[in-house]
Design a protein around this ligand. Structure first.
Ligand code: GSH
Length: 200
C-alpha cells in the first residue's frame, strides 16, 4: 500500500495514527506529498488533490480520511477502532464531529493566509463559533471518548493537536477542562508522539 501524506496535515495524521495503532506500518509506504504543489501521483490517487490518499495493494485508491481509516481498521482485527452494533454509529458520528472541527480549523488557517483586507471576519467568526460549540459537545460527552481506543479518540487527538499547532489563540482549553485533561493523557500515546506536527 501507499499512503500520500503531509506531516502537518491533521487528516493525514489520523491515517498515520491508525497505521501505528493497528501495527500496519510495515505494509505501507508513506510518501510525502505537498497538496499545494503540482503532484501527478497524488492527483492520480485523489483527483481532489488532497492528503491523505491511500492506494491499496490491488491498486485501488481510497480517500478521504474516515474512509482510509475504516479501510485500515478492516485489515487487522485488533484493536477494533470501529465497533460493530449500535456503538458503531456513535463512534462514527463522534469521528464526524472531530472531522468537522478540523474542517472549520483548516478553513480558518487558509483564510488567515490571505491578505488581511481579503479575509472575511464573519466567516472567521462562524468557524470559531463552530469549533467552540463542537468542543462544548465533546466536553459534555467526554465519556464517549474514554475506554478502548476508537476512531473517535483518534479524530479528537488529531483535532486538538491541530488547534494547538495552528490556532493556539483560540485557547480551546478555556471552558473545556475535561477535554483538556483527556488530551493531556491521550497526547502521551506513542502514536500521537510519532505523528506530532511540531516535531516534523
Ligand atoms: N475531508 C478530507 C480533508 C483532507 C484535506 O483537506 N487535506 C488538506 C491538507 S490538511 C489538503 O490536502 N488540502 C489541499 C486542498 O484543499 O487543496 C479528509 O478527511 O481526508
Amino acid at each position: 500500500m501507499k499512503l500520500y501524506f503531509a506531516n502537518t496535515s491533521p487528516y493525514a495524521r489520523k491515517a498515520r495514527m491508525t497505521l501505528f495503532e493497528k501495527g500496519l506500518q510495515d505494509r505501507v509506504e508513506t510518501i510525502f506529498a505537498n497538496p499545494f504543489e503540482e503532484n501527478p501521483a497524488l492527483t492520480a490517487a485523489n483527483p481532489l488533490g488532497k492528503v491523505p490518499a491511500l492506494v491499496t495493494e490491488e491498486g485501488t485508491a481510497i480517500y478521504d480520511s474516515p474512509i482510509i481509516c475504516a479501510h485500515l481498521d478492516s485489515l487487522a482485527a485488533e484493536p477494533a477502532l470501529i465497533p460493530e452494533g449500535p456503538a458503531r454509529w456513535a463512534v462514527l458520528t463522534r469521528e464526524a464531529l472531530t472531522d468537522g472541527i478540523l474542517d472549520a480549523a483548516f478553513a480558518m488557517v487558509m483564510e488567515r493566509r490571505r491578505p488581511a483586507e481579503q479575509q472575511s471576519p464573519s466567516w472567521l467568526e462562524r468557524w470559531t463559533t463552530a469549533i467552540l460549540r463542537s468542543l462544548d459537545a465533546v466536553e459534555s460527552d467526554i465519556a464517549g471518548y474514554e475506554g478502548a481506543l476508537t476512531m473517535a479518540q483518534i479524530g479528537l487527538g488529531a483535532a486538538l493537536g491541530y488547534l494547538d499547532f495552528r490556532l493556539p489563540d483560540i485557547d480551546w482549553r478555556a471552558g473545556h477542562p475535561k477535554t483538556a485533561a483527556w488530551f493531556e493523557a491521550f497526547a502521551r500515546r506513542p502514536a500521537m508522539r510519532a505523528t506530532d506536527p511540531a516535531r516534523a
